[in-house]
Design a binder for this molecule. Structure first.
Ligand SMILES: Nc1ncnc2c1ncn2[C@@H]1O[C@H](COP(=O)(O)OP(=O)(O)OP(=O)(O)O)[C@@H](O)[C@H]1O
Length: 621
């Protein structure tokens, strides 16, 4: 996880490339496009409402210079009625705007969340190795909420305020240009201050949102690892880690608040000073008889009507910046290439990027490409290095050449950390080899799409992962078209039928988050049932019986033997009992397959294998 800090927890936003908030926000267009008609109508309605508010000072001018000056009560009532109607119209228009955007924007948020979730499912495992779950969670929740709020509020109001300030400025200049110039004097300095604010706030927002992601990771790990935390009494250290992050987040939030207070202060003070100066000048002009009282009232009412649009600009810019940061964070995930497509071209590129001289990789590949691969599961000159491994380290797997014939079961044996799990992970294309080729019944794995691979290959890992669903749903995940009879057969193979039937609602019983309401052995048996339910052509089992007691292991092995007889299987084995399920055994050592043969032949001829099987090698772990 060393890279996580670099890739996903960018707590130093100065490392980030300079970005334009507008360019970032424009990337939202494809999602906002379907509701563009509503968005534009809502913006138009809001502009209209704002312009209505600017008519109010003009009615006031008419009222003061007309009915009030002429002491005409009928006119004054009429003026009052006009003002009431205008106020009502403004309120109704703003209400209409809100109604227009609320529902479609909830839809935009849902569509973006769905797109993110779908994409995350399709991303390679190497992506998930690098990214912490908290960073993904915060992008799918808080960041998307920020985006919905931006589309609902700041996006419209930046436009509305801009138009209001423009129209108001023209009205001010038209009413009394000299006073208008006094009022508009702060516009330029405010624009400069706002652009400085925007740059600073953008960095602060990025830092905060990344820290929120880190915090989510800690909370999630604490919840999932609550048994370990309690078991080892790690409450205090966990709480310390949490407190450290919350303090860092608090510091960043305070910085944002300080910046906001600063721009809010400037946006309030400078216009207030200008209004004060205009009031003094205007009063002097009224006293000199150069200006009517009605014009001064209208002028000042217009100026006051412009106060909120000017003051709120800092706040709207802050929200827009947070939305731009949220957009960047969202697209950082969405821009990652998925692995649906066949990877043959990628393999060629990756091979060139490895430490192995290009001609070596090509040499290893060449025969495999020239001759069609035989049926079964074939590894030809396969090389693999984890993407985040140090660049000067040798590949974890080198020149793996192995042929598992159709219907054959091959056990894979090797010391801890020798790369057995990694080798098996290449078959369902959780990772792609950095060189060489794997073929399934003569078809190059790298030319198969994800769906095709899933249809051919099933896996059960040493660490069984279950989902918060029913026992049956967990098992049936292994075969889309599986029937009730397949389900029963899979349970029998995994010796899971007894305990599943004894659950309160049988197969329909919820197994709890990650299946934690079941024992380790029960989870492992359900995972095994999931692997065999779809009658896969190729079966990959990574030490699937490790959590079972000796008696259950013997029963599962007996049933598994029948399944293995009809499929081509690669089984990672640590114990002789599992090895005996296999027709032949491959010994993985130093990143290579150093021996292939029957269990007894290897025991006789290979001291390393004999040591591993005797359990002495395990002591070296
Ligand atoms: N996602 C990863 N990124 C980088 N290195 C990894 C990753 N997963 C495993 N490794 C490294 O690859 C090596 C082989 O790991 P692997 O899990 O394949 O071994 P194994 O033979 O299955 O071990 P065991 O028998 O203990 O299960 C280890 O040194 C491990 O640290």
């Amino acid at each position: 996880m060393a890279d996580t800090a670099q890739t996903t927890t960018r707590t130093d936003p100065t490392d980030l490339p300079q970005r334009s908030a507008v360019r970032s926000l424009l990337r939202l267009w494809p999602f906002a496009r379907p509701v563009r008609a509503r968005l534009f109508t809502a913006a138009f309605v809001a502009v209209l409402a704002s312009c209505v508010s600017l008519v109010i000072p003009l009615v006031l001018k008419w009222l003061v210079d007309g009915p009030v000056a002429e002491r005409d009560p009928g006119g004054a009532w009429l003026g009052g009625a006009y003002l009431l109607l205008l106020g009502l119209a403004e309120a109704l228009l703003f209400g209409l705007r809100r109604w227009l955007v609320a529902r479609p924007l909830a839809g935009v948020e849902a569509a973006m969340r769905e797109a993110l979730y779908r994409h995350v499912q399709r991303l390679p495992v190497s992506f998930h190795d690098r990214w912490s779950s908290g960073q993904l969670l915060s992008r799918g929740t808080t960041d998307l909420q920020l985006l919905r709020m931006f589309l609902a509020f700041p996006l419209t109001f930046l436009l509305v305020n801009g138009v209001t300030i423009l129209v108001g400025g023209v009205l001010l200049l038209a009413q009394r240009w000299s006073l208008g110039l006094v009022l508009l004097a702060p516009v330029l300095p405010l624009m400069v201050l706002c652009s400085v604010f925007e740059a600073k706030y953008g960095r602060a927002a990025r830092r905060t949102q990344d820290q929120l992601g880190d915090l989510t990771t800690v909370v999630e790990e604490s919840v999932l690892g609550i048994r370990i935390i309690k078991g080892f009494g790690r409450h205090r250290s966990q709480a310390d880690a949490f407190r450290k992050l919350t303090r860092a987040l608090r510091t960043s939030e305070l910085r944002k608040a300080r910046l906001l207070a600063w721009i809010w202060g400037c946006n309030t003070t400078l216009p207030e000073l200008a209004i004060g100066a205009a009031l003094v000048l205007g009063t002097l002009q009224v006293a000199d008889g150069a200006l009517s009282a009605g014009t001064l009232v209208a002028f000042l009412s217009t100026a006051l009507a412009l106060r909120w649009p000017v003051e709120s600009i800092g706040f709207l810019l802050a929200m827009s910046n947070e939305a731009a940061t949220a957009t960047d964070r969202y697209f950082e995930v969405l821009d990652e290439p998925a692995v649906d497509a066949p990877a043959r071209a990628a393999v060629a590129v990756d091979a060139a990027a490895t430490d192995t001289p290009a001609q070596d990789a090509t040499a290893a590949d060449a025969p495999a490409r020239a001759a069609p691969a035989p049926p079964g599961l074939v590894f030809s000159g396969v090389q693999f290095r984890y993407p985040d491994a140090p660049p000067d380290s040798p590949p974890l797997l080198r020149d793996i050449t192995l042929h598992i014939r159709p219907g054959e079961t091959m056990a894979l044996v090797g010391a801890t950390g020798s790369g057995k799990t990694t080798l098996t992970a290449l078959v369902p294309r959780l990772y792609d080899p950095t060189a060489g080729r794997i073929s399934l019944d003569g078809r190059d794995l790298a030319t198969l799409g994800r769906e095709e691979v899933r249809a051919l290959v099933a896996v059960a890992f040493e660490e069984p992962t279950l989902f918060s669903a029913t026992a049956a749903e967990n098992v049936l995940m292994g075969g889309e078209d599986a029937q009730e009879s397949d389900f029963r057969r899979a349970l029998e193979v995994a010796q899971a039928d007894g305990f599943v039937d004894a659950l309160p609602e049988g197969g329909a019983t919820q197994v709890g988050e990650q299946g934690l309401s079941l024992s380790g052995g029960q989870r492992q048996r359900l995972a095994l049932a999931r692997a065999v339910v779809g009658r896969p052509r190729f079966l990959i089992l990574d030490d699937p019986l490790s959590a079972l007691d000796v008696h259950t292991e013997a029963l599962v092995e007996a049933a598994l033997r029948q399944v293995l007889a009809t499929t081509t299987a690669l089984v990672v084995a640590h114990r002789p009992s599992t090895v005996l399920l296999a027709d032949r055994v491959a010994l993985l050592s130093g990143g290579r397959i150093t021996a292939v043969g029957t269990h007894h032949a290897l025991l006789r001829d290979h001291p390393e294998y004999a040591t591993l099987m005797s359990g002495e090698g395990e002591g070296a772990r």
